[in-house]
Design a protein around this ligand. Structure first.
Ligand SMILES: C[S@@+](CC[C@H](N)C(=O)[O-])C[C@H]1O[C@@H](n2cnc3c(N)ncnc32)[C@H](O)[C@@H]1O
Length: 222
């Protein structure tokens, strides 16, 4: 079901062969994650709202790249992060090992493995200061308490491939889990997604996207 592919910045990604969808932009997996989720989500929230800790929810954990980059940024920003994620089809340790994320400065093969080692409660502890709570199920099966999340990384496959994950019903679920202020980010800039976000109460902005993509969406709950 997964095929490994090299992207333009040298970082690897996976292709879901059943859906014919890559997990990241072929213009660069690393640069896309860093731009969309870390710069425009994580650092945006920190610089705008100066929180004392950050609670992140990721839709579609996949390779764990967003979690690893968040861990590195949390360390360098000295901020405590709680990371919750949902993934219906975990990639598994063997697949994770063939990705080259351990070459990212600050990571190592041992550390990368820890992002894919979950105990029976769905908890991974790559570092004593970085805990991940994983729900190994479909997004619509997850219950997240209202107003307990600061930033949502919305990293589903594209609206064309998975329309059910981009409906106003799915996006309302994100709106409800977010605290005020809350930030939701995705790589997509589709008009239908923007309108669905607005319809559930978000203030939506189109902002510059990562290399190879003119725009992306950031939605605010204020
Ligand atoms: C675009 S990839 C995400 C990539 C991931 N964030 C990463 O950095 O590797 C989409 C991910 O969502 C997962 N997924 C697809 N449908 C899902 C659903 N209904 N519920 C939960 N996860 C889902 C896929 O298995 C895949 O790992």
């Amino acid at each position: 079901m997964f095929q490994v592919a090299e992207t333009k910045d040298g970082s690897r990604t996976l292709i879901n062969t059943a859906l014919n969808q890559s997990f990241h932009s072929m213009h660069g997996a690393l640069q896309e994650s860093e731009h969309v989720f870390i710069k425009q989500g994580f650092h945006y929230f920190l610089s705008r709202f100066a929180p004392s800790r950050l609670r992140i929810f990721e839709m579609g954990y996949g390779t764990g790249l967003n979690a690893m980059l968040t861990y590195l940024s949390a360390k360098s920003s000295c901020i405590e992060v709680t990371y919750t994620a949902v993934e219906a089809f975990p990639v598994g340790l063997d697949t994770a090992r063939v990705l080259n994320y351990s070459t990212i400065p600050g990571l190592s093969p041992e550390l990368v493995e820890k992002f894919h080692l979950f105990d029976s409660n769905g908890v991974a502890l790559p570092d004593k200061d970085f805990k991940i709570r994983m729900y190994n199920t479909l997004f619509d099966q997850v219950t997240v308490a209202p107003e307990t999340i600061d930033v949502v990384y919305y990293d589903a496959f594209s609206p064309g491939a998975q329309p059910e994950l981009w409906t106003s019903e799915a996006l309302k679920k994100c709106f409800d889990m977010l605290n005020k202020p809350g930030v939701w980010v995705t790589y997509s800039s589709k008009g239908d997604v923007r309108r669905a976000l607005t319809s559930v109460g978000f203030l939506v902005e189109k902002i510059p996207g990562p290399a190879g993509k003119r725009e992306m969406l950031r939605a605010l709950k204020l």
